[in-house]
Design a protein around this ligand. Structure first.
Ligand SMILES: [Fe+2]
Ligand SMILES: [Fe+2]
Length: 261
């Protein structure tokens, strides 16, 4: 194992927004992961003709999250807030963002809309409902909600940008960082990336993978591969650039047959 321990009281590293594709930025926070390594808590901003933020960070990172997002898009200019699912590390600032951004509409699924209304009191008039694989326009491009192969909430959908071919995969493709923060997974030793990612998926995201038929799961990963993704962004990983995408897909496809016990 390549785990390392983080001493109590260690200051969390700071990672500024990272431009991963034209007008496409990864907003990052860093937190200890199960007490042994650093993990990203990411969201994404696309400065499209109608700017959009995908996921809204955590309550505990509120001040920094808004500072980062508003350094890229003015509050009144933000038009869309896409929350991949209502977990606290993805929807932590959803209500506050709708409050601070009066021209923004929440993009969500029909199913999740009821939870957003019941749990957070978000008015249906502030929501736009889109189904899986149903593209929606943000002015200069189409974005498509695509469910990732692994998830920890039934309504989870990622977002595929048909212009830049960036796919934001929500929790999928999670991987801890080494003992220092990095921007891209290509900066992690390959065996360490594979081991950390497998451990993260089995322990923290989708323990149900041990119940999954490997061939059926591989077909689901192949469906994603057919999108011809250029860059994968995960809420819990350094960015996955073009050269790393094939390996990321292969690692994910192999998970039902692997074990980290
Ligand atoms: Fe989640
Ligand atoms: Fe998450």
């Amino acid at each position: 194992m390549n785990h390392f321990d983080i001493a109590p009281g260690t200051a969390r590293p700071r990672q500024a927004p990272l431009e991963v594709a034209p007008a496409t930025f990864l907003i990052r926070a860093v937190t200890p992961s199960v007490g042994e390594s650093w993990t990203n808590l990411n969201s994404m901003v696309i400065r499209a003709a109608e700017p959009i933020v995908v996921d809204t960070g955590m309550v505990t990172d509120r001040e920094q999250w808004f500072e980062d997002v508003f350094s890229l898009v003015a509050p009144d200019d933000l038009r869309w807030i896409f929350v991949t699912h209502n977990d606290s590390d993805h929807s932590g600032n959803m209500v506050e963002a709708l409050s601070r951004c009066p021209n923004a509409t929440l993009v969500t699924s029909p199913g999740e809309s009821f939870r957003s209304h019941a749990s957070f009191g978000i008015a249906h008039e502030r929501m736009r409902l889109v189904g899986n694989d149903e593209p929606f326009c943000v002015g200069d491009r189409m974005l498509r909600p695509v469910r990732p192969p692994v998830y920890d909430s039934p309504y989870t959908r990622g977002v595929f940008d048909e212009l830049t071919r960036v796919y934001y995969a929500s929790d999928a493709f999670c991987a801890p960082m080494p003992d220092h923060p990095v921007d891209w997974v290509s900066e992690i030793a390959p065996e360490r990336w594979a081991e950390g990612s497998a451990r993260f998926h089995h322990a923290s995201l989708c323990p149900w993978l041990s119940l999954v038929d490997a061939a059926a799961f591989r077909a689901e990963v192949d469906r994603l591969a057919r999108l011809e993704i250029d860059t994968i962004l995960s809420a819990h990983s350094p960015a996955i650039g073009r050269e790393s995408v094939p390996r990321a897909l292969a690692q994910l496809a192999s998970l039902p047959g692997s074990s980290t016990d």
